[in-house]
Design a protein around this ligand. Structure first.
Ligand SMILES: C[S@@+](CC[C@H](N)C(=O)[O-])C[C@H]1O[C@@H](n2cnc3c(N)ncnc32)[C@H](O)[C@@H]1O
Length: 478
């Protein structure tokens, strides 16, 4: 069964396994797939007790099986599941580590749900590459040993519950699951969407994913996709530098990313991993054939030295977290050493913006023009990076655009009030902010209405209405 729209086809090759290709041109913003999650489970080690139905926090437990937490308002969980759990002698102490595997085994056992076992069987687990690795050992200790010490093996008859099967299940989870927001935005969960998981990875992907409160996923194209192009999704954080993205993909997904961005030493001209040249101070050092070479003066820098600089910067960024003064000092210090778009500087800028956002939103605080200017400047700089690494419709870009436009409008109002700019300049700035907000709202149109981004889109629409009135008003002043 192909749940993709009829412009997509599932293909298979040696390098990628199964992947999805556009067989017709796809327009920007077209829905490519909608899919309901087949399994939701906690992130390993999460201590929060969550209802097995709605995944909200709960202190209640099913009165029949006395194993799975369930909130009173959710009613009983699946009868077949409950009956098996009633016979389970020993529930491992840390439910979060075994919940997904237990539910998966019970679904495999349920003959009314043969599709689950078939779909699960077809999913990639990279069992050979994982065998004996650190993650294999962690799963063995946290999940597999506690389960094998219970009587689960005797309760599941359709499959042989042994180490190999349990490791395969953990592998399928690690390779294929999507991280999703827990209800109410409190923490994270992992979820399996087997069709969505067929999309291959690209660090500059051509789709965007949104998941609503009912764990329904929607994948839409974030730019036009030509017939013959692969339909891709980004498995990692696009705001990380190449070495960190590649490492996370190699360790977590077992492949070496060879996408255009990873293969280009300047990261498509974004310079998110570039270091400033100590010789000419203007050029960027980029890595080519294991050498850091300046793109302006051709100086070659010792790779060990460059790696040390980046490692030191990484430590300083970590140590600065949450402290505005320290963040600004680290930002100033490393702006003289790293390229302005370096991912560590972007990280610092995001951290500063988060603190400034909280300050600005506090009704008891009256932000001055300098603070608003700083926020607008940093958001503008982050936006420039996002324009390169997220060229299509992007949630991150929409948020940065809104966070850039709002203080920019406030600054213009303050400057007009103090006589620093004219009425025409104020109107022009407000009109530009209006354009930016419209663009942000357009990009957030694809978000579920009840999500924080959906709420942001509604707030932007209200701001836009007020801005439109204000622009009209300014235009009518004598
Ligand atoms: C979520 S699965 C995708 C579906 C999988 N290809 C299948 O046949 O079930 C992720 C796996 O697909 C492969 N893959 C995805 N994108 C890739 C890429 N850009 N380069 C190489 N392998 C990729 C890797 O084996 C990765 O672990």
């Amino acid at each position: 069964m192909n749940k993709f729209n009829n412009k997509c086809s599932v293909e298979k090759n040696e390098q990628l396994g199964r992947y999805v290709v556009a067989v017709q041109d796809i327009d920007e913003g077209e829905t490519i797939l909608t899919e309901k999650s087949i399994l939701i489970f906690p992130v390993l080690g999460d201590e929060t007790q969550r209802c097995c139905q709605c995944f909200k926090k709960t202190g209640d437990i099913c009165k029949s099986c006395k194993k799975f937490p369930i909130c009173a308002s959710c009613g009983p969980h699946n009868d077949f599941e409950c009956q098996i759990l009633q016979k389970l002698d020993k529930m491992p102490r840390k439910l979060s580590n075994v919940f997904g595997v237990i539910r998966c085994l019970i679904q495999m056992e349920n003959f009314e749900n043969v599709e689950f076992a078939e779909v699960f069987d077809s999913m990639e687990a990279h069992q050979t590459e994982r065998r004996g690795t650190a993650i294999w050992k962690t799963h063995h200790k946290t999940t597999i040993e506690p389960l094998l010490q219970s009587n689960i093996k005797s309760l599941i008859k359709s499959v042989d519950v042994d180490t190999d099967l349990l490791q395969r299940i953990c592998g399928v989870f690690d390779v294929n699951s999507f991280e999703i927001r827990a209800p109410g935005g409190l923490g994270c969960l992992r979820s399996l969407f087997p069709y969505a998981a067929l999309l291959a990875h690209d660090c500059v992907a051509n789709t965007m994913v949104s998941i609503d409160d009912h764990f329904q996923m929607k994948i839409s194209s974030n730019r036009p996709i030509k017939a013959g192009e692969m339909v891709t999704y980004c498995y990692t954080n696009p705001l990380w530098g190449t070495s960190k993205r590649r490492e996370s993909l190699l360790v977590g997904k077992y492949f070496n990313c060879m996408c255009k961005r990873c293969e280009d030493s300047s990261e498509l001209g974004s310079h998110m991993s570039s270091v400033l040249c100590p010789s000419c101070s203007e050029g960027a050092l980029i890595i080519r054939n294991f050498n850091w070479r300046c793109i302006e003066c051709n100086t070659i820098e010792d790779p060990i030295k460059v790696e040390e600089i980046v490692a030191d910067a990484e430590v300083s960024v970590k140590e600065s977290e949450g402290n505005l003064r320290l963040l600004e000092t680290t930002l100033r210090r490393y702006s003289k050493i790293l390229h302005t778009n370096h991912h560590l500087l972007v990280d610092l800028k995001q951290n500063v913006c988060a603190i400034l956002r909280k300050l600005i939103m506090n009704p008891a605080f009256n932000p001055n023009v300098e603070l608003l200017q700083r926020k607008a400047q940093l958001c503008g700089e982050i936006l420039e990076v996002l324009k390169i690494v997220q060229p299509g419709i992007s949630r991150m870009k929409a948020i940065a655009l809104q966070e850039f436009a709002m203080p920019t409008a406030d600054i213009a109002r303050m400057q007009f009030d103090s006589g620093k700019i004219t009425k025409e300049q104020l109107k022009k700035t407000l009109e530009k902010c209006q354009q930016d907000l419209k663009e942000a709202a357009r990009m957030l149109f694809y978000e579920p209405v009840e999500s924080p981004e959906g709420q942001l889109a509604r707030n932007i629409m209200l701001d836009l209405k007020e801005l439109q009135e204000e622009i009209k008003d300014v235009g009518s002043w004598e």
